[in-house]
Design a protein around this ligand. Structure first.
Ligand code: SF4
Ligand code: SF4
Length: 135
């Protein structure tokens, strides 16, 4: 039996395809969706826990990858280097979960790691590279 938390990124062309239904029906996997969003660049983003028999899990993951879905484990930690962050706000609009928000009274950008799903969108968006991924 395998049970893993994963982050899936669906390209726009796959958003209306019954991918999740197929995983459950054809690969006999148990699918627990933890978060689902459409990102600002219209990519589907889903965090879920997937469990099932080892062979079914492997076949289901292959099915996703063959269909252009990007998969990454939710074991990465995203951190912010407070000495580098300039609170420019560039990361706020790309964060799909609201883990990065602007405090309107202080105009400081707050980072809430507990809401972070390690999608890494802020890492690319941050001009001084303050957002980092630990493996
Ligand atoms: S984009 Fe980078 S520098 Fe700007 S607020 Fe976000 S973490 Fe800080
Ligand atoms: S990796 Fe960055 S953009 Fe993605 S959820 Fe975490 S803080 Fe938000």
């Amino acid at each position: 039996m395998v049970k893993k938390r994963l982050v899936l990124k669906f390209p726009h062309k796959l958003l209306d395809k019954p991918i999740v239904y197929k995983l459950i029906k054809e690969y006999d996997l148990v699918f627990n969706i933890l978060q689902a969003r459409i990102t600002p660049n219209e990519e589907g983003l889903m965090v879920f826990e997937l469990s099932g028999k080892k062979e079914d899990y492997a076949a289901g993951v292959k099915y996703l990858q063959d269909n252009g879905v990007s998969i990454q484990p939710l074991s990465q930690d995203v951190t912010r280097d407070e000495n580098v962050c300039t609170h420019c706000g560039a990361c706020v609009s790309v964060c799909p979960t609201g883990a990065l928000t602007v405090n309107r009274s202080s105009m400081i950008v707050d980072f809430d790691p507990s809401s972070c799903i390690a999608c890494e969108l802020c890492v690319k968006a941050c001009p001084p590279r303050a957002m980092k991924v630990k493996f």
